[in-house]
Design a protein around this ligand. Structure first.
Ligand SMILES: *[C@@H]1O[C@H](CO)[C@@H](O)[C@H](O)[C@H]1NC(C)=O
Ligand SMILES: *[C@@H]1O[C@H](CO)[C@@H](O)[C@H](O)[C@H]1NC(C)=O
Ligand SMILES: *[C@@H]1O[C@H](CO)[C@@H](O)[C@H](O)[C@H]1NC(C)=O
Ligand SMILES: *[C@@H]1O[C@H](CO)[C@@H](O)[C@H](O)[C@H]1NC(C)=O
Ligand SMILES: *[C@@H]1O[C@H](CO)[C@@H](O)[C@H](O)[C@H]1NC(C)=O
Length: 538
């Protein structure tokens, strides 16, 4: 097990911070990190309203860490891909292992979900670099090629011919089926694989117009993407296991991924001249829209629930935010809301769920309490201090066996990602936009509106116009809150920047599978969004 340098970093940083001198005469330090990305003018305006420290280390040091960790995380992903990572001689080229850990726990497999999400992350980087990185392009093609082979392996879920085989959750690293008992099928996998490949095709078309045409991708569409889309279109209404592989039923995350795959897939099918398929995918997507809005919001609880009809759990789950994010067209995201999106990260329902999830996690884990106390002892208002976030309140998986759940790197990064998307959405509103509150979003948005003129916690009818000078301050506070969650990750990675699956709720040391590919991908994706929004504010 990889050791975390939590204590060392945490206390070393505190000392460093105190030595800087700005705290000698105590006043709440202004701690929004200010890299060249930040607009000094905006920050000056915001200063009187932002009064709390959110990162434990000084801003410049925090920015340097973000840069460094982002690089490490991306390389951490590549290291877990067959044909590219060291020591993966037995791994099929283009297959993504979940983790190099071969025992306690054994994650040395390719999961369809994890690898779809991972390759999608690479595609975002590839697109951000104008589709010019040949290494990334090779990896993506290798992934597509390995997917073509894996899709056709008969397995305990079914076959390629009856499509059910596509719902098999995981394969051996050489591409052969895994036949031991498991929670199967898991119906999110084909959707996530399709989303990744569709994003790749659209990226190639967008950035390499002279070199490629739709026709160039007909083979990939017909033989690799289309089976996954047909699977989703035909099977979305059947039960399957959730992304955590524990519950059989209908799941928010899964349905949200289904819907995105069908909408993007319908578009490409149309462009390739498959009118019937395009209509079929579009129709199923609209049924899904109805299904998702009918079943996953619990009006009594005032939040979304991850698994429909499960009464043993609250329904609060990091999967809600993952589902909301993965259902966005992130490739085309420019902060502009797609009016057809359902439950996007800036929606009232997602924000209401987010604040309840964070509130639960805040005092669930002793390390969070300790972190809050540390800030408190510095005289900081702790309401906007980030914490370690786990999967869901009732979690008992400790990374190897069942006892007590822990915070996860990918769940903590996903909270930041959600906040960055919210900030981006708000920042890019036109001047006629007005931020409105509801009884359920007030506990979250109120934290950012605190001390804004006219705002009163007891009055959810408060509205803030985009044109108000306080609006940008609210955006910066949201970003600072997002940064504070990444700061938690900083405290728990080891000295090399490695991330496992979890960190202990008691001592903060890493737990579970080491070098978890998804931990790196979730961190990288959150930072990508952070850069986008700070870049816009500049
Ligand atoms: C991508 O292309 C645009 C427009 O040509 C250019 O401004 C930008 O710098 C390029 N970005 C990268 C990362 O190559
Ligand atoms: C392409 O991406 C790979 C993997 O991240 C990286 O090592 C390499 O430096 C990149 N190449 C260029 C030309 O940027
Ligand atoms: C992927 O497979 C196709 C044929 O199925 C082949 O032409 C191509 O070279 C392969 N790509 C890579 C990167 O191996
Ligand atoms: C365009 O795509 C082709 C084939 O995928 C590739 O060989 C070529 O290098 C690409 N051009 C650029 C400028 O990326
Ligand atoms: C801390 O901040 C919250 C809002 O973010 C506010 O409601 C509360 O009054 C503040 N506490 C103190 C002691 O200033």
């Amino acid at each position: 097990m990889v050791k975390s340098s939590f204590l060392v970093i945490c206390f070393a940083s505190l000392t460093a911070g105190l030595l800087i001198g700005e705290f000698s005469d105590w006043r709440p330090p202004f701690r929004l990190p200010h890299s060249p990305l930040h607009s000094e003018k905006l920050l000056q305006k915001a200063k009187p309203l932002i009064s709390s420290t959110v990162t434990i280390i000084p801003p410049e040091q925090y920015e340097r860490w973000i840069e460094h960790q982002t690089h490490i995380s991306f390389e951490g992903i590549i290291k877990n891909i067959g044909g590219y990572g060291p020591g993966l001689e037995d791994v099929m080229r283009g297959a993504v292992i979940a983790s190099p850990s071969k025992s306690h726990p054994d994650y040395y497999y390719q999961w369809t979900r994890d690898s779809g999400i991972t390759i999608n992350t690479l595609i975002m980087n590839y697109a951000d670099n104008n589709a010019t990185n040949a290494t990334l392009r090779d990896i993506i093609y290798d992934y597509i090629n390995s997917s073509r082979i894996i899709q056709r392996q008969s397995n305990p879920s079914g076959t390629f011919e009856n499509l059910e085989g596509l719902g098999e959750p995981k394969f051996k690293v050489d591409g052969r089926p895994f036949t031991a008992p498991w929670g199967r099928p898991q119906r999110d996998g084909p959707a996530l694989r399709a989303i990744a490949m569709l994003n790749f095709v659209n990226t190639e078309l967008k950035y390499n117009e002279s070199g490629v045409t739709y026709e160039s991708f007909r083979d990939i569409f017909d033989n690799v993407i289309r089976p996954d889309l047909d699977y989703v279109g035909l099977k979305w209404q059947y039960d399957g296991f959730d992304l955590w592989e524990e519950l059989k039923g209908k799941h928010f995350f899964t349905s949200m991924c289904h819907r995105r795959a069908l909408i993007s897939g319908s578009d490409l099918a149309q462009k390739l001249g498959y009118a019937d398929a395009a209509i079929f995918y579009q129709t199923q997507a609209s049924y899904l829209t109805q299904f998702i809005s009918d079943y996953f919001y619990d009006h009594k609880k005032g939040h979304l629930v991850e698994t429909f009809g499960n009464h043993k759990r609250s329904g609060l789950d990091s999967a809600l935010f993952l589902g909301s994010i993965h259902a966005l067209d992130l490739l085309l995201w420019s902060g502009k809301a797609d009016v057809t999106d359902i439950y996007p990260p800036y929606s009232d329902e997602v924000l209401a769920s987010l604040v309840q999830h964070i509130t639960d996690m805040r005092y669930r884990y002793p390390i969070n309490l300790r972190r809050l106390k540390t800030f408190e002892s510095l005289g900081v208002n702790i309401s906007l201090v980030g914490i370690g976030v786990g999967r869901y309140p009732e979690d008992v998986y400790n990374g190897v066996a069942e006892s007590e759940g822990n915070p996860w790197f990918l769940c903590t990064a996903t909270v930041s990602h959600t906040l960055y998307l919210l900030a981006d959405y708000l920042y890019t509103r036109t001047s006629d936009f007005t931020l409105k509150l509801t009884e359920h979003t007030l506990p979250l948005l109120g934290m950012f509106l605190d001390k804004v003129e006219g705002f009163d916690w007891s009055d959810p009818s408060f509205e803030l116009k985009r044109s108000s000078p306080d609006f940008d301050t609210v955006v910066l506070r949201i970003l600072a809150y997002g940064d504070s969650f990444l700061d938690v990750i900083r405290e728990h990675v080891d000295s090399k920047g490695s991330m496992s699956e979890q960190f202990s709720r008691y001592d903060g040391y890493m737990r579970g599978a080491e070098d978890l590919t998804w931990s790196y991908g979730a961190f990288w994706s959150a930072v990508r969004q952070r850069k986008l929004v700070y870049g816009r504010i500049k």
